[in-house]
Ligand binder design. Structure first.
Ligand SMILES: Cc1ncc(COP(=O)(O)O)c(C=O)c1O
Length: 388
């Protein structure tokens, strides 16, 4: 078939590794899964109950495209209480997941040929979505030696008269780092001086172990040029429910809602009601989940610290380790394939997250402590074989 070129811009190669892992498992091999980027916990019961009640109450039809007012209000309250920013519910747009909100925000902001700066290594979807919107993706290198912080000088050197916006992601996937105040101040200064917009992907904002979550929108003047993207997938273990949101400058709201109403219509009605319960109900399950992630993080770093030739920077948020394997003299794909085929460990090669991810692999610790111990033991064995 004569397919549209733009569809080839979208990546999807993580699936390759999953398919291989599934094939091995089908042939009886025991595989430890470190590739999955979603909480292994069930959605808290109160949220499921709220969805069931909403179904019985008739939340089975279209809702306003922007989202039900009750949920937009709950989101505005949450952003105020948790991130310390004043949000009017009229600036909140509810969407079926955070990812589609990133796509919509890019569609609304980016003109053909506009340059969009995005983190490299960074979340796999950014590059393709920028190109799909007609933009030119400009990778901003994040270096392990700099704690994967945004280097203001390097950022500034990438800004041209065509730069339209910057995508930020903190806590970061795949690096697990969180943005510091001084870092955000510098990015804000550049955005204000050079008239740039920001999409701030904050889907891991509640999964924090050290320090606190800061949003660039809290810096004077930035609320008017930032789209905050957040969601329910990670915080409330609701990946399959598809619920996210964006908070954006007033002028963006109508066009973005129009795009939403012409495509996905709205987020699922009863899921929106469950979202209200997630935000306003008991937060105990979130705290327990994050406490468990923290225990796993501490254990995984303790174990990885004993393996020579590989290095890991302790993650401060999200649930990933971006492991530096450069000393092993293997590409990240070779290492990932070796681990899967010879040792039954599935993880993701760093180059999936951008060119600068080469030399690294991503380990997700959204899996049981038992799997973590088994998987890291296997990685240790593989490294011994490779390094001799
Ligand atoms: C950085 C980042 N942004 C967005 C998403 C997508 O979130 P959602 O499930 O709300 O679409 C993910 C999911 O892996 C992610 O890691």
């Amino acid at each position: 078939m004569n397919l549209a070129t733009r569809i080839s811009y979208l990546g999807g190669s993580a699936l390759e590794f999953l398919a291989k892992a599934k094939k091995l498992e089908a042939s009886g091999v025991d595989v430890v899964h470190f590739e999955i980027g979603e909480p292994d916990f069930d959605t808290p019961r109160n949220i499921k109950e709220a969805a069931k009640r909403a179904l019985d109450e008739g939340y089975t039809h279209y809702t306003p495209s922007q989202g039900i007012p009750e949920l937009r209000e709950a989101i505005a309250e949450h952003e105020r209480d948790y991130k310390g920013i004043p949000v009017d519910p009229s600036r909140v747009v509810v969407s079926p997941g955070a990812k589609v909100m990133i796509m919509f925000a890019l569609q609304v902001l980016v003109n053909e040929g506009d340059e969009v700066i995005y983190p490299d290594p960074g979340y796999t979807a950014y590059r393709g979505l920028i190109m799909l919107a007609g933009g030119k993706p400009v990778p901003l290198e994040l270096r392990a030696e700099e704690g994967f912080e945004v280097n203001a000088e390097r950022l500034e050197s990438l800004v041209t008269s065509n730069t339209k916006l910057i995508i930020l992601n903190s806590p970061g996937n795949p690096t697990g780092n969180i943005s510091r105040k001084h870092e955000l101040d510098e990015i804000a200064r550049i955005a204000l001086e050079r008239n740039l917009y920001v999409i701030s992907d904050e889907v891991y904002s509640r999964i924090i172990y050290d320090g606190e979550h800061l949003t660039i929108a809290s810096i004077l003047g930035m609320m008017e040029r930032t789209v905050i993207v957040d969601g329910f997938s990670k915080t409330y273990a609701m990946t399959g429910w598809r619920l996210g949101y964006g908070i954006m400058p007033e002028e963006m709201v109508r066009p973005l809602v129009r795009l939403q109403s012409n495509s996905v219509s709205c987020a699922t009605a009863f899921v929106q009601k469950a979202g209200v319960e997630a935000l306003r109900g008991d937060q105990g399950p979130v705290e327990e989940m994050v406490a468990e992630f923290r225990r796993r993080r501490d254990r995984i770093f303790e174990l990885l610290g004993k393996i020579p030739h590989v290095k890991a920077r302790k993650s401060e948020g999200a649930f990933y380790v971006f492991l530096d394997i450069r000393e092993l003299g293997m590409s990240s794909r070779e290492f990932a394939s070796y681990l899967l085929e010879k040792h039954g460990v599935c993880l993701l090669p760093g180059d999936l997250f951008g060119e600068r991810g080469e030399g690294y692999v991503r380990i997700s610790y959204a899996t049981s402590m038992e799997n973590i111990e088994k998987g890291i033991e296997r990685i240790a064995r593989a490294v011994r074989e490779i390094a001799g």
